[in-house]
Design a protein around this ligand. Structure first.
Ligand code: BGC
Length: 251
């Protein structure tokens, strides 16, 4: 396997998925592997599941292990997970990068999942060459955010937790809220309108990119939004975390 390959693993609230990535093209090499996130989302269980997933991924290049990047739904600073939305509280303050490196027996790079997705879109997707401020949001179990200024990532922005109308924004506007409350596309779009208009007012971005699996159905909700900023669907959707984690692993 070529040296411009790396492994990306995206740890989420429901599944852990990973693959080898060609860093030149931003394409997955071979299969994408997936295991279920263990109930409770505790570090030791997620570590075991990640190890299991890795075993399935062909990861050697001339006998040398490929670089490995992991992304995760929390604030990640200097390898430490500092928050835990939608996973076990045991992650708060955990030296996650060190723990995973010791247990997996290799160097890894641990980052926030939305930052990984944003980086992937800026390097290989909807925001390639975009100037100024790009804000990527992922709409899933929570809302993740990534800021890229002229392609440079400013990590850990956590815009899913803006308080809007007295409520944590992701609680009302994440895709999980639509599912939980059986909202129609129109009803959900009203909440997204409130959310994106607020973010737009605060940061005046040049481009919004909307990721997460639901962005596949963008034609049902993006045209209902009335914003000054262009808003486009992500290109890589559910693979963006894998791509971004792999490409940031080598930096
Ligand atoms: C977390 C973020 C994460 C986002 C998407 C939020 O609840 O706080 O760190 O990026 O969900 O998974």
């Amino acid at each position: 396997m070529a040296t411009d390959h790396a492994i990306g693993i995206d740890i989420g609230g429901t599944g852990i998925k990973g693959a080898v990535v060609d860093l030149g093209t931003g394409e997955l090499v071979g299969d994408r592997f997936k295991v279920r996130t263990p109930e409770g989302g505790r570090p030791a269980d997620i570590l075991r599941a990640t190890d299991e997933l890795l075993a399935g991924i062909a990861d050697e290049s001339d006998g040398t292990k490929l670089p490995l990047g992991l992304c995760f739904p929390a604030v990640v600073k200097h390898g430490r997970t500092l928050s835990a939305a939608n996973v076990s509280d045991e992650w708060i303050g955990l030296a996650a990068e060190e723990l995973f490196e010791n247990e997996l027996g290799r160097e890894i790079h641990f980052i926030n999942d939305a930052d990984a997705a944003g980086y992937a879109e800026s390097r290989y997707g909807a925001a390639v060459g975009a100037e100024g401020l790009v804000i990527l949001t992922t709409l899933g179990t929570g809302i993740g955010s990534a800021f890229l200024y002229d392609g440079v990532l400013v990590p850990n922005t956590e815009l899913g937790h803006l308080e809007i109308d007295g409520v944590d924004a992701e609680h009302r506007a994440a895709y999980s809220a639509m599912e939980r409350e059986s909202l129609s596309w129109t009803q959900w779009a009203e909440r997204l309108q409130r959310y994106y208009a607020h973010v737009e007012f605060l940061f005046s971005p040049d481009l919004f990119v909307v990721g997460g699996g639901v962005s596949k159905h963008h034609e049902h909700f993006l045209p209902l939004l009335d914003l000054k900023t262009p808003i486009v669907p992500a290109v890589h959707r559910n693979n963006a975390g894998i791509l971004g984690a792999a490409s940031l692993a080598t930096r």
